[in-house]
Ligand binder design. Structure first.
Ligand code: GN1
Ligand code: MG
Length: 362
């Protein structure tokens, strides 16, 4: 799927009931799936226009139906975190399906809310945990029907690891010779990474409705107070485990390094940031966590890091078809960062588990 440009975003913007005439569009954020733009309007406001990647989200209407239910529910819940306010299309739908021009949606851009891609210390870590925790807490009582699984098996770690093996078997580009050490690490860590999935398969922890993509860039902060303000990028909101949200959040924020850092010596683990993320997350879910679910949280970070590392590697072997890349070997670098993190996060599991127990007694 080729990327949409600013011109396309501008013409899509005209299909929505925005508060003013769209004047100018510019790329926004660092998502590696959808195309996101900020569109300046004649009345001085800005809107967020997004083209949904329909190669990834095969049923974008189901995605939008999930999001509508989740936003309505979180909005009513009194949660101390917001969700985006969608802008309807001229036809009154929560999206504009332009066929070959793409599947688009629009939302008001929150001025004064910032995306802080890196969690720069414990204070922001606590707020990140609190924001995502408050979102998860607000969804604990979302009634039936179950949300659509818009990407089946999204955090099915076993299926993700198996898919990597399939990519290795089907290899046509000769790239796996570059990734011998990575493959060996993933195979060796498989049993440890699968403990979370096993706890779920054996009925020891419940399914919840979760965000599934809790990197810090998907939470907006109040620019003045640095409080968590708004949870965005709700495409993958669907059934899953609290440990997935906790895990993805920690693996994404634990090191201050960027996700494609080629110099692995810069990928360190900041234990105090991990603890702060846990403190915020567990605090926001206070009382709702049963012992076994609480204890499952610490299994999330390393499992998700290994899973994502496998996804990056599988995509690299297949010629970079899924995640957007800007340079050769970017997905291999991304894979290496996640594997380094997985290694560090496995070691952090016990200390983190005991912190979580401590915070949940408060
Ligand atoms: C993708 O869309 P974005 O950039 O927020 C991916 C996540 C990964 C993340 C890694 C639908 O998220 O699972 O954790 O990249 N989303 C999808 O940066 O695959
Ligand atoms: Mg996303």
């Amino acid at each position: 799927m080729t990327r949409a440009g600013a011109e396309q975003a501008l013409s899509a913007a005209r299909r929505f009931r925005l508060s003013g005439e769209p004047l100018e569009a510019a790329p926004l954020g660092r998502g590696i799936i959808n195309d996101t733009f900020a569109v300046r309007l004649a009345d001085g406001r800005r809107a967020v226009l997004q083209r949904v990647n329909t190669a990834v989200f095969r049923d974008p209407r189901a995605v939008m139906a999930n999001i509508a239910r989740v936003c309505a529910h979180v909005g009513r819940s009194g949660a101390r975190v917001r969700v985006p306010i969608p802008v309807p299309s001229r036809a009154g739908e929560p999206f504009w399906d332009g066929g070959a021009e793409g599947f688009w949606r629009a939302a008001a851009l929150e001025e004064g809310a910032l995306s802080l891609e890196t969690v720069d210390g414990p204070a922001l870590g606590r707020e990140t945990g609190r924001g995502f925790g408050a979102f998860a807490a607000a969804l604990l009582d979302l009634g039936p029907p179950r949300l659509a699984e818009t990407i089946p098996g999204f955090h099915d770690t076993r299926a993700r690891l198996d898919d990597l093996e399939e990519a290795v078997r089907g290899e046509a580009l000769g790239r796996s010779s570059e990734a011998g050490a990575e493959l060996a690490f993933i195979r060796g860590a498989r049993p440890s990474a699968l403990r979370l999935a096993e706890a779920f398969a054996e009925g020891r922890i419940p399914e919840r409705t979760v965000h599934n993509d809790t990197k810090a860039g998907n939470l907006l902060f109040d620019a003045r107070t640095r409080e968590a303000a708004c949870v965005v990028d709700l495409d993958t909101v669907m059934p899953g485990l609290l440990a997935h949200d906790f895990g993805d959040m920690v693996r994404a924020a634990a090191s201050g390094a960027s996700e494609d850092e080629p110099d692995l010596s810069r990928v360190a683990l900041r234990s105090e940031v991990c603890a702060a993320l846990a403190e915020g997350f567990v605090g926001a879910l206070a009382g709702a966590l049963e012992e076994r679910e609480r204890d499952s949280l610490a299994l999330g970070p390393a499992a998700i890091a290994l899973e994502l590392g496998s996804r990056f590697l599988a995509d690299y072997l297949r010629g970079d078809a899924y995640f957007k890349t800007r340079r050769p070997r970017q997905n291999l670098d991304r894979c290496r960062v996640q594997l380094r993190l997985a290694e560090l996060l496995f070691r952090e599991e016990e200390p983190l588990a005991s912190r979580i127990r401590e915070y949940s007694r408060r």
